[in-house]
Each structure stands twice: as C-alpha cells, then as structure tokens.
Design a protein. Structure first.
Length: 294
C-alpha cells in the first residue's frame, strides 16, 4: 500500500484543473479560458487496489497585481510545502515563459521531488517537443519530465505510475469511496460559476461568487436555487443579458453538468445579486458559511 499528497502547480490556464479531472475520470474542478478560474484548493482523491493519491489542484501562481492575487498565491504556496510530490505543469504549446520561471524560482527552495509536466503536447510538433525537453532539463534537477495531454488523456496513466515510485506513506487518508474533500453544494456552485465565466468571457471577472441558497431532493430529482453574487450592477446586467437570455443559457448548461454530478433530474433556478459594498457582500456570504475566497 502506497499513499501521499501531490500538488499540481503552474501559472494560470495551463490545464491544472483539466489534469485533475482527467486523472479522476470525472469533472471535479471547473475549467475555462479565463485565467484564475480556480480560486480554491481542491483535493481530488485517486484510489486503486494498492494506492491512494491525494491530488491538490491549486490556484494558478502569478505575479500578484492586487489583494486577490496575493491570496491565491498564498494558497498555492501552502499546499506546495505540505505535499510529497510537486507536479509543475507548463503549457507545451506556448513554451516556457517568464511566468513559468517565476514559479520555478519559488519551488527551487522546496526540498520536494518536482516533476516537470509538459501539457498540451497534442498541439506540439514532435521534433519541437524533443528540442524543448532537451533545453528544459537543464533549468533544474527535475526528478521526471513527462509530456502529456490532459484533455485527451495522453500519458496520464504513465504519470500516475511514475508518481507511485515517489510515495512513501502506507495508509489511506480517506475512505476508498471518497473522491474529494469539497462539499456537494460547493461543486454545484462552482459548475454555475464555470458557465458564467465561459459564456461572459472577459466581461465578468473571476472574482464572481456563486452559492447554493436552496437544495431539496427526492429519489429521482433535485430542486436547486443558486445565487450569483457580483460587486457591480453592470456585471449583473451582463450576466442576465438582454431579456434574460444569458442567465437562461448559464442555467441550461450548468443544469446538464449538475445532473451528471448528482445522477438525477435537476430543476435549477439561478438569480443574480449585486452587492457593491464589500462589507455587505462579506456579511451576505457569511450567512451561507462562506467568505469572499472560501
């Protein structure tokens, strides 16, 4: 029996959440083309006959421009220090940039095995990939360099096999049936937030918060109310859209994913609430046991 904690780190939008979903073969962490989509530390638990690996999907590390960025970085840094293996994920289709180097300099000081995981190799010419690997291996004493495509599942199985060689614990930290540490309501709220970010693109910042205000279920259906909380009235208008068209589309697409998550029919109703004052917004979220960044 082997077990351990593995942190997935990298700059925003390199595919960390997609990799976690691919490993678990289910949608756990939300994804979008908006940088900073992941704001929370999400644990995904991989189990097989002789192994339990707790994968930790962290917010993308970047040079912070504001308080939000600083908080996101601190969450990622904390998980790096507590893990057994670090997966340093980069976007192979874009190459190794300044943002990647910023992260590498940070993790160099940690006495942890670091894998360089080159994602999106399905978009890279093989000769270029081999040339890139030859250059990247000299940047740091990476324990492993593994090219993958998280979206298409290329080499993900090999990545898991290699991780097992570096695990030293011999206990299961979670039940074999456990998949994640986050609650059902959190997953539902995040699925709605994913649709908000994808459909509104850059018009709505990733600081938008969603929460489940009401949840009721029977054997074959669930009735759910989700509130989308923003800090400006103009964002509320964007999310609702002309004649409520955007909000309806958000609800329709989110409902499909929630039905897959719950395994039953879902009646989903979404609302948008604008609370400009951050103290009032904090107070409102606290009513549901949440903080601005929970």
């Amino acid at each position: 029996m082997k077990s351990g904690f593995v942190s997935i780190v990298g700059r925003p939008n390199v595919g960390k959440s997609t990799l976690l979903n691919s490993i678990l073969e289910r949608k756990l962490a939300i994804t979008s083309n908006v940088s900073g989509t992941t704001r929370n530390v999400i644990q995904g638990i991989y189990n097989d006959d002789d192994t339990q690996i707790v994968f930790v999907d962290t917010p993308g590390i970047h040079k912070p421009k504001d308080k939000l960025g600083t908080i996101l970085n601190s969450k990622a840094y904390t998980m790096e220090e507590d893990c057994d293996v670090i997966l340093f994920l980069i976007d192979g289709s874009k190459g190794f940039g300044r943002g990647d180097n910023f992260i590498l300099e940070r993790i160099k000081d940690l006495e942890k095995p670091v894998f360089l995981v080159i994602n999106k190799v399905d978009e890279v010419n093989k000769e270029k990939l081999l040339s890139d690997i030859d250059q990247l291996k000299d940047l740091y004493d990476f324990k492993e360099i593994i090219p993958i495509s998280a979206l298409k599942g290329v080499n993900v199985g090999d990545l898991i096999k290699t991780i097992k060689n570096y695990l030293t614990d011999d206990v299961r930290y979670f039940d074999e049936e456990a998949i994640t540490n986050v609650s059902r309501n959190f997953q539902i709220a995040e699925l709605v937030r994913e649709k908000v970010l994808r459909l509104t693109r850059e018009e709505v910042p990733h600081s938008v918060t969603c929460l489940v205000k009401h949840y009721e279920e029977t054997k074959d259906k669930a009735v759910i109310n989700v509130v989308i909380v923003v800090d400006r009235d103009n964002l509320k208008k964007i999310i609702i859209g002309r004649g409520g068209k955007m909000l309806k589309q958000i609800g329709t697409e989110a409902r499909s994913d929630i039905e897959e998550l719950l395994g039953k029919r879902v009646y989903l109703e979404t609302f948008v609430k604008a609370i400009p004052n951050w103290r009032d917004r904090e107070k409102y979220l606290m009513e549901f046991g949440l903080k601005e960044l929970d």
